[in-house]
Design a protein around this ligand. Structure first.
Ligand code: NAD
Length: 444
C-alpha cells in the first residue's frame, strides 16, 4: 500500500470476459448454477417437495432484445439487453435494470433468482425479475443514455407491467433513468403509469426514503447485530467495497453512529485511513468529482477485502469473495449489500473460520422493500412521509433479520442457509397451494 493522495482518474470497468455460460472473475462455477446451489442446500432443511425445486430451477420467462441507438455523431450502435421474469408465484416480478459491460444472461438469471428469494425473505408480495444492458454508460453522453433507456423500454414494453413485472434501478442506473423509462412506458400505453417502475424521482411519483433504502436496510441489520453482540460503535472498524448508492448510504448511517469507516473503494480502487474517513465530506467529493478524493493510503479492491476490520461490507459487484481469497478475509462479520458477492465455495471457507455472513437476500432487501412501498403509494395515489417509510422499513428489516437469525441459531445453520430456508418455505407454499402430486393422486 502506498501513502499518497487519491488521484482517481476517469472511471474504468473490470474487463472480465463474461459471456452467457462462462465463469466470472475466477468464480468456481457459472453464477446462475452457483445461485441454485444455495436453494438446494436450504431444501435439505425445509424438506421442500422436488416439484417446487424443479419449478424454481429455471426462469419463467427470458427475453433477449437488441436496442438500436443513434449516437451523437450520427452513427448507429446496437446494444444487447435482457429481461428475465424468474418467478411470479408470490406476485409480479420485481427487480432492477443494470447497465454494465459485463452483463450477461447467466448473471441476469441469477439476479432474478435472488430477487425472488429476497422478496420472500422480507415477505413482500413480489416475485423475482431482473434486466440489464451490455453497455459502459460512462462512455455515453446523457442524450445517448436517454435514447438507450427509452429504446430498451420500447423493446420490453409488452413483457413488463405494474401487475406483471416492475423494474427498478441497479448498478449504474439511477432515478433519472427510471423517470425516462416510466415516461416511455406511459407514452406507449397512453396511460399515466408510475407503478410500472420504482426508484423514480420524487417529482414523478418516487417514494421518499427510496434513495437510501438499500444502505439503510443493511444498517438496520447491523443495528440488530449490535444489540445481540453488545457492540459499541466507536470500537468497530468497517471496510466498504463500492461507494455507490448502496455503499455510500450505509457508510453515512454507520459513521453518524460512531462506527469507524476505515476503507472505501470504487471501480478505480480504494483508500484506507486508520482513524476512519469523514464520510459526509467523501460523499460530497465523490458526487462532485466522481472520484474518491481524500487523504489516505491507496489500496486495491482486493486489498480492501482482506483488511483486518470487524465488519466488511461488499457493496459493488458479485463474485468478489471466492475460493481464491476467502481464506485471507479477516473480518468476522460480512454484511452483503451487493448481490452475490460471495461464491458458495467461499462460503464454506468463511463458515469454517467462524465468520458471520449476513446474506445479500436479507442485508440488501431494504431497496426492494421501499420499492414495494413506492409501488403501493403509486397504486393508491396516496403518499407517505419519510418517517412513515423509515418506520415501516425498520419494522420489516428487524423482524426479517430476527426470523432468519433465530432460525439459524435454532437449527445450527449459517445465516445464508437460514435465509434461503425461510424464503423457500414461503415460495414453496405459494407453489404448493396450486396442488401437489399427493393432492392430485388423492382425487382418484
Ligand atoms: P451504483 O452504480 O450506485 O454503485 C456501484 C459502485 O460500485 C460504484 O461505486 C462503482 O464505482 C463500484 N464498482 C464498480 N465496479 C467495481 C469493482 N470492480 N470493484 C469495486 N467497486 C466497483 O450501484 P448500487 O446500486 O450501489 O449497487 C451496488 C450493489 O448493490 C450491486 O450488487 C447491486 O445489485 C446491489 N443492490 C443495489 C440496490 C439498490 O437499490 N441500488 C438494491 C439491492 C442490491
Amino acid at each position: 500500500m502506498s501513502k499518497a493522495r487519491s488521484t482517481n482518474t476517469a472511471p474504468t470497468e473490470t474487463g472480465a470476459d463474461k459471456n452467457d455460460e462462462k465463469t466470472q472473475n475466477g468464480a468456481e462455477s457459472d453464477i446462475f448454477l452457483d445461485a441454485l446451489s444455495r436453494m438446494e442446500a436450504a431444501a435439505k432443511v425445509t424438506h421442500t417437495s422436488p416439484e417446487v425445486l424443479e419449478r424454481l430451477s429455471r426462469p419463467h420467462y427470458v427475453l433477449q432484445v437488441s436496442i438500436p441507438v443513434r449516437m451523437d455523431d450520427g452513427s448507429l450502435r446496437v446494444f444487447e439487453g435482457y429481461r428475465v421474469r424468474y418467478d411470479d408465484s408470490r406476485g409480479p416480478a420485481k427487480g432492477g435494470i443494470r447497465y454494465h459491460p459485463d452483463v450477461n444472461l447467466s448473471e441476469v438469471k441469477a439476479l432474478g433468482f435472488w430477487m425472488a428469494f429476497k422478496c420472500a425473505v422480507v415477505g413482500i408480495p413480489f416475485g423475482g425479475g431482473k434486466g440489464g444492458i451490455v453497455v459502459n454508460p460512462k462512455e455515453l453522453s446523457n442524450m445517448e443514455l436517454e435514447r438507450l433507456s427509452r429504446g430498451f423500454i420500447q423493446q420490453i414494453a409488452d413483457f413488463i407491467g405494474p401487475d406483471l413485472d416492475v423494474p427498478a434501478p441497479d448498478v449504474y442506473t439511477n432515478p433519472t433513468i427510471m423517470g425516462w423509462m416510466m415516461d416511455e412506458y406511459s407514452k406507449i400505453t397512453r396511460t399515466h403509469s408510475p407503478a410500472i417502475i420504482t426508484g423514480k424521482p420524487i417529482s414523478l411519483g418516487g417514494s421518499l426514503g427510496r434513495d437510501d433504502a438499500t444502505g439503510r436496510g443493511g444498517y438496520y441489520c447491523i443495528k440488530e447485530l449490535e444489540k445481540r453482540k453488545g457492540w459499541s460503535p466507536n470500537g468497530i472498524n468497517v471496510a466498504i467495497q463500492g461507494f455507490g448508492n448502496a455503499g455510500q448510504h450505509v457508510a453515512r448511517l454507520l459513521h453518524a453512529d460512531g462506527y469507524q469507516i476505515v476503507a472505501v473503494s470504487d471501480s478505480e480502487g480504494g483508500v484506507y485511513r486508520e482513524e476512519g474517513h469523514n464520510i459526509p465530506a467523501l460523499m460530497r467529493t465523490k458526487q462532485m468529482s466522481g472520484r474518491l478524493l481524500t487523504e489516505g493510503q491507496i489500496i486495491t479492491n482486493a486489498e480492501l477485502l482482506e483488511l483486518p476490520v470487524d465488519i466488511l461490507i461488499p457493496a459493488a459487484l458479485e463474485n468478489q469473495i471466492t475460493r481464491h481469497n476467502a481464506s485471507r478475509i479477516k473480518a468476522k462479520t460480512i454484511v452483503e449489500l451487493a448481490n452475490g458477492p460471495t461464491t458458495s465455495e467461499a462460503d464454506k471457507v468463511l463458515h469454517k473460520r467462524g465468520a458471520l455472513v449476513v446474506p445479500d437476500i436479507l442485508a440488501n432487501a431494504g431497496g426492494v422493500t421501499v420499492s414495494y412501498f413506492e409501488w403501493v403509494q403509486n397504486r393508491a395515489g396516496f403518499y407517505w412521509t419519510e418517517e412513515e417509510v423509515h418506520d415501516r422499513l425498520y419494522s420489516i428489516m428487524s423482524s426479517s433479520f430476527s426470523a432468519v437469525y433465530d432460525l439459524a441459531q435454532r437449527e445450527s445453520l449459517d445465516m445464508r442457509t437460514a435465509a434461503y430456508a425461510h424464503a423457500l418455505s414461503r415460495i414453496g407454499a405459494a407453489i404448493e397451494a396450486h396442488g401437489t402430486q399427493d393432492y392430485f393422486i388423492s382425487q382418484d
